[in-house]
Design a protein around this ligand. Structure first.
Ligand code: VAH
Length: 320
């Protein structure tokens, strides 16, 4: 069986769909701290708090997973509002899963890191795999510590845990929660709803981004790669495309010519974004397991608007 912990989230939702398509619905167990908005009719679902070792133990006993995907985490912006809870969930949740994975001899574990592990003194452009890393958000600090823990469990216990430093992820199926890059998702919804978006990042804030289809395909490619090919056991740099809010607005106007973007100054997420790279060098992922992004900014924009148009027309009956 494959177990996904945190399957209600932006990435977990689509990982569940992809893994069920690949391994069969009954082979993939989804789990989260509460029921999903739309009940999971595809396959087994369990309510799990990753910080409750007892319930986690029961999950591993019941399903004896061969693979575990740990997606439960508190992201950057929310983490700055609740720093202790963010550290606790992101670090102790990981330790609980790694320890149980040893006890139950889980073959492969996936855990997401983030470009948030880089900080103000990391190179801003084409940030390399190995670099000065001085993250100044609790989220980034917890992800950097988590990477060191994953590499330790691999070297000390031979646990085959694999990880990707996700950039901002853009998708339309499930809402993102509490991130700084989420402007690049909200903007599409607002453009379709009201032809206007009040952006919480400044127009020239360049950030590395990745379309969800690419993120899922890359994650499965890493998990399928032969262990001997993997030279990185902390977490792989990965990126799709870098752009600014102003560039994204221009791209949207190619489809919605009346679209207007305005900028809210002084949002706390600006300082978080300013501490992160503008672009990422993912040479190691390309070399070790054939990473190659497929969606550029224009294709992301077209796919998002096409799919969300359907979603909005369906929900509100309003014509876009
Ligand atoms: C966030 N979407 O904004 C996440 C991600 C690199 C950004 O880690 O916190």
């Amino acid at each position: 069986r494959i177990v996904i912990i945190g399957s209600n989230g932006q990435i977990g939702t689509e990982l569940a769909t992809a893994l069920r398509a690949k391994f069969g619905a009954q082979q993939v167990v989804t789990s989260d701290i509460r029921e999903p908005q739309i009940p999971d009719s595809e396959g087994p679902f369990e309510i799990i708090d990753v910080l409750d070792r007892k319930s986690l133990h029961l999950l591993f006993t019941k399903y004896r997973p061969t693979q575990v995907y740990l997606l439960a985490a508190m992201l950057s912006a929310t983490g700055e509002k609740h720093p202790r809870q963010a550290w606790d969930l992101n670090i102790n949740g990981l330790l609980n899963v790694l320890d149980l994975s040893i006890e139950y001899n889980v073959k492969r574990i996936f855990w997401p890191s983030s470009i948030a592990v880089f900080g103000p003194h990391s190179p801003k452009t084409n940030t390399p795999q190995y670099s000065v890393m001085d993250p100044n958000t609790v989220y980034g600090i917890s992800k950097l510590a988590g990477e060191r823990i994953c590499e330790y469990y691999f070297n000390r216990y031979g646990l085959d845990v694999r990880s990707i430093r996700y950039p901002g992820i853009i998708s339309w199926k499930a809402a993102p929660g509490g991130g700084t890059t989420d402007y690049a998702v909200h903007i599409f919804h607002e453009a379709l709803k009201s032809n206007h978006y009040a952006c919480f990042l400044a127009p020239d804030t360049a950030l590395p981004m990745l379309y969800m289809d690419d993120a899922i395909r890359g994650t499965l490619a890493l998990m399928d790669a032969p262990a001997k090919n993997l030279s990185i056991r902390s977490s792989y740099n990965l990126t799709g495309v870098s752009f600014t809010p102003a560039k994204l607005a221009d791209e949207i106007r190619n489809y919605l010519p009346e679209f207007v973007i305005t900028y809210d100054e002084n949002d706390p997420r600006q300082a978080i974004a300013d501490s992160w790279p503008n672009s990422i060098d993912d040479t190691e992922a390309q070399r070790d397991w054939g990473w190659n992004p497929r969606f550029n900014l224009s294709e992301i924009t077209a796919d998002m608007l096409t799919n969300l148009k359907e979603k909005y027309r369906y929900n509100d009956g309003k014509s876009i």
